[in-house]
Ligand binder design. Structure first.
Ligand code: C5P
Length: 423
C-alpha cells in the first residue's frame, strides 16, 4: 500500500501574494529606546513581501547597530549624507526616489520638530525634505516619554506634520522604558505592519460608515451554561479589517470570540442575539453599509434560570422551552434607511447543499441586495473559505482563498455596488 500524506482542506489553496509584495520601504530610525522594536518591524515588513532599505540617524546608532539591520534587511544601512557608495553622492535623492514609502519608526520628538521646520542637516531629514510629495508618502511612528508626547509643542508639531501631508500612525499606551506609564510608546511591530498594509489599500469605501456583525451569539440556559455555535468570527473580523483598510469608519459588533480587534476598528462586544440587535440598532442609523456575518442563534431559552440548574439525583432532566430570536438582518433591511437606499445591507448564508438556490431564496426573503453564501461546515472556524455572491443580477463565485483575501474581494464587490459618498 502506498503512503498518502494526510491532507487538510485548508492547504488546497493556491499561494496568495504577500501583502506588501512589490513595495520598497525606507525604514528609518531616529534616537529612542524603541529602536529595539524596529528590528522586529524590519523582519515583519520583509516577511510581508516588501524590500526594506534602512536609514539611521546618528542618535539611532546609539541604541542599536547598523549591523543588525544590514543582516535583517540584506542591504547595507545608510546614515551619512556624504555616503561614497552613491555615484552621484546624492543618497537623499536616490533613496527617496526609489521608495514607495518612508516609514520613520521610531520617530523622536526632536525629529518631529525637525520635520516641521523643514530642516535638512543630516541624511534622514534631507531625504524627507527632498522626497517627492506626490509619490513618496511619509509615515511616522512617534516614540517618546509620555510628558514629551503630551507637551503642547509635540502635539502642535504632530498636527502640523499631518497638515503637511504626513501620516501619523499614533502611539501605544502603557509602561515606558523610563519607568512612567502613559501614552507615547511606539506601536508594536505587528500593529505598524497592519497600518502600513492598510495605508497602501485602495480607499474604495472612503466616507462610508460600516457596521459588521461577527461570531456566534450565546444564549444563556442558567448563569453558567448556554447555547452557542462554532462560528469563530474570523470572516467578520477579516471583513471589518478590509473595510477599514478601504477607508471606511467601521464598527464591529462581536459575539463571544477570541480574536483581536483589527486596527482602527471600533468594537462592541455582545453576548446574546438580543444584545446584538440592540447594539446594531444603536449604530445602524448612522451607517451606510450593514454586513451581517454573525451566526445568530435562531432560538433562545424562553426563561433562563437565574440559578445554576442542579442534578437532583433522580435522573430527571431540565425541560428547556425555546422562543425565536429576532432576525437582526431582516430588521435592519426593513428599516426606512435600507428601504430608501441609504443603507446597503449584505447578508450571509451558511448552507450545507444547493448553495445558489438557497442563497437566492434567502436574499429575497430577507430583502437584501447582496447575499453571500458559503458551505457552513467548510467555513466555520477555518482560515479559508469559498464564497458565492448572489444579487439581483445573478451569482459571482469567489473561489477558495484565505478569509483575509475573500474579505478584500468582498469589500471590492460591495464598493462596486455601493458608490462611496466621498467620491
Ligand atoms: O436565516 P439565516 O440564519 O440562515 O440567515 C443568515 C443571515 O441572517 C446572516 O447574515 C445572519 O447574520 C443573519 N441573521 C440575523 N439574525 C438572526 C439570524 C440570522 O441577523 N436572528
Amino acid at each position: 500500500m502506498t503512503y498518502q500524506a494526510p491532507t487538510s482542506p485548508d492547504l488546497h489553496v493556491a499561494d496568495e501574494p504577500l501583502e506588501l509584495a512589490g513595495k520598497h520601504i525606507l525604514l528609518c530610525l531616529t534616537g529612542g529606546i524603541a529602536c529595539y522594536k524596529a528590528a522586529e518591524l524590519c523582519r515583519a515588513l520583509i516577511k510581508a513581501g516588501a524590500t526594506v532599505q534602512v536609514v539611521m540617524t546618528e542618535a539611532a546608532e546609539q541604541f542599536i547597530t547598523a549591523v543588525t539591520f544590514q543582516a535583517l534587511s540584506g542591504r547595507p544601512v545608510y546614515s551619512n549624507q556624504w555616503d561614497k557608495r552613491e555615484a552621484n553622492n546624492m543618497a537623499h535623492i536616490n533613496l527617496s526616489r526609489a521608495a514607495d514609502a518612508i516609514l520613520i519608526a521610531p520617530c523622536s520628538a526632536d525629529f518631529i520638530a525637525k520635520l516641521v521646520q523643514g530642516r535638512a542637516d543630516d541624511l534622514l531629514s534631507l531625504m524627507c525634505l527632498a522626497r517627492p510629495l506626490g509619490s513618496t508618502p511619509l509615515l511616522i511612528a512617534p516614540a517618546m516619554n509620555r510628558e514629551m508626547y503630551a507637551h503642547p509643542a509635540t502635539q502642535r508639531n504632530l498636527a502640523q506634520l499631518q497638515a503637511d501631508g504626513a501620516t501619523v500612525l499614533g502611539v501605544g499606551t502603557g509602561f515606558q522604558a523610563c519607568g512612567e506609564t502613559g501614552d507615547g510608546r511606539m506601536l508594536e511591530p505587528e500593529q505598524l505592519l497592519e497600518d502600513v498594509i492598510a495605508f497602501f489599500a485602495p480607499k474604495l469605501l472612503l466616507g462610508q460608515r460600516v457596521v459588521v456583525t461577527a461570531g456566534p451569539t450565546y444564549e444563556a440556559i442558567d448563569p453558567v451554561r448556554g447555547i452557542t455555535n462554532l462560528s469563530s468570527g474570523k470572516m467578520g473580523f477579516a471583513i471589518a479589517r478590509a473595510a477599514h483598510e478601504a477607508g471606511a469608519q467601521v464598527t464591529l459588533i462581536a459575539g463571544p470570540v477570541s480574536l483581536s480587534t483589527p486596527r482602527g476598528v471600533d468594537r462592541i462586544d455582545v453576548k446574546s442575539a438580543e444584545n446584538m440587535l440592540q447594539a446594531v440598532i444603536n449604530k445602524a442609523h448612522e451607517a451606510t453599509i450593514f454586513i451581517a456575518t454573525a451566526a445568530v442563534a435562531d432560538w433562545r431559552v424562553a426563561a433562563p434560570s437565574d440559578r445554576k440548574l442542579k442534578k437532583d439525583g433522580t435522573g430527571s432532566t431540565p425541560q428547556l422551552v425555546f422562543e425565536e430570536n429576532p432576525d437582526i438582518l431582516a430588521t435592519v433591511a426593513s428599516s426606512p434607511a435600507a428601504l430608501q437606499g441609504r443603507l446597503f445591507c449584505v447578508g450571509f448564508a451558511a448552507e450545507s447543499h444547493d448553495l445558489a438556490a438557497h442563497a437566492q431564496a434567502k436574499r429575497l426573503r430577507k430583502n437584501v441586495p447582496l447575499l453571500v453564501g458559503n458551505i457552513g461546515p467548510a467555513a466555520f472556524g477555518k482560515d479559508h473559505n469559498a464564497l458565492l455572491l448572489v444579487d439581483a443580477a445573478g451569482t459571482t463565485e469567489l473561489p477558495r482563498a484565505s478569509k483575509r483575501s475573500l474579505a478584500r474581494a468582498l469589500v471590492n464587490e460591495i464598493a462596486r455596488r455601493c458608490p462611496s459618498p466621498a467620491q
